[in-house]
Design a binder for this molecule. Structure first.
Ligand code: CP
Ligand code: NVA
Length: 328
């Protein structure tokens, strides 16, 4: 993974666009864009919004608002949860698929940014190149929310941690073991570990570790315990959450056959779940490739909370949208 020097430079040098006097716009491009306190506030808000929507309350903070959703990659959860969530809060979301905008191909990212923000109150984007979302946010005068890049997936990890807190009634003494590729999901877990304390273990094959700079920053923050290991069965000891993701992410599907060989022994199956702590839950960001990184049996087991996890994408994203627009 050759992200880091360039991306770190862009993250650190990213300018914020001032608009309307003292107001500095907020984006949510990385979990670390929020302080630890703001992350916990987001979870509280998500809990409240979930309850209000569950009670079918007429709660419409986004009435009269529009959000452009730019997708360079496919999606089920991200598209539907953002679109439905925003509509249920009174707003109107516009889906722009890979052939509509062709970001960076048909038109420069900085031009798209300055056009789209003139029609919309918010932009949500799922892109390949992380540098593109940084550029979009730099040039757009409205909040930009990251719906996944090759580098990270912050909304997913926020929904995941919210789901864990909901399930365990808190986040104390938490050991999460991720098994599989050291990918965009892992980078967001490591970013979260800079802000909230937990024990995070990434068990991956050699050569598929997460980016070393992202690991170093998580370790240097000194808040969480971070381990990158290569023996998933040994890592299971006392795990309360076992998490996996596809072995070949979007944009890497041509590597699937090679990865299937390299990831032998990393499938989360019943034997692996049995080695985890008592009451451990199974999580997956989905979509899952059943029979590859995990099994039907684990997906359908009582330990699996993958569908609550998927539902919570909507509630947590609603809270994130309220946070970045200052409607709290
Ligand atoms: N987990 C997730 O982001 O799913 P989609 O790719 O379907 O949006
Ligand atoms: N790592 C996966 C996550 C999908 C939600 C991918 O990027 O394809």
């Amino acid at each position: 993974m050759v992200f880091c020097a360039r991306i770190l430079y862009l993250i650190l040098s990213k300018t914020r666009t001032d608009f309307g006097g003292d107001t500095v716009k907020r984006d949510f491009l990385h979990v670390t864009d929020f302080s630890g306190e703001e992350l916990l506030q987001t979870f509280d808000l998500a809990r409240e919004v979930k309850a209000r929507l569950g009670a079918r309350e007429a709660y419409k903070p986004f009435a009269g608002h529009t959000m452009a959703m730019i997708f360079a990659k496919p999606s089920a959860r991200t598209r539907v949860s953002f679109e439905t969530g925003f509509a249920r809060l009174g707003g109107h979301a516009i889906y722009l698929g890979p052939d509509d905008i062709a970001l960076g191909k048909r038109e420069a990212v900085k031009d798209v940014a300055r056009v789209i923000c003139r029609y919309n109150d918010l932009i949500m984007a799922r892109l390949f190149d992380h540098a593109h979302i940084l550029e979009l946010a730099e040039y757009a005068s409205v909040p930009v929310v990251n719906g996944l890049t090759d580098y990270n997936h912050p909304c997913q990890i926020m929904a995941d941690m919210f789901t864990i807190a909901e399930h365990r009634k808190g986040l104390d003494d938490l050991k999460i073991v991720y098994v599989g590729d050291g990918n965009n999901i892992v980078h967001s877990w490591l970013n979260l570990a800079q802000r909230l304390p937990f024990h995070f273990v990434c068990a991956c094959p050699r050569g598929y570790e997460p980016d070393a700079d992202v690991v170093r920053r998580a370790q240097e923050a000194g808040l969480s315990t971070i381990e990158i290991v290569h023996d998933p069965m040994a890592a299971m000891k006392d795990a309360q959450v076992v998490y996996t993701d596809v072995w070949a992410s979007m944009g890497q599907k041509h590597e699937a056959a090679e990865r299937a060989k390299r990831f032998q022994g990393f499938q989360v199956d019943d034997r692996m779940m049995a080695a985890a702590g008592k009451g451990a839950v199974f999580m997956h960001c989905l979509p899952a490739e059943r029979g590859v990184e995990t099994t039907d049996s684990v997906m359908e087991s009582a330990a699996s909370i993958v569908f609550v996890q998927a539902e919570n994408r909507m509630h947590v994203q609603n809270a994130i949208l309220l946070m970045v627009t200052g409607k709290v």
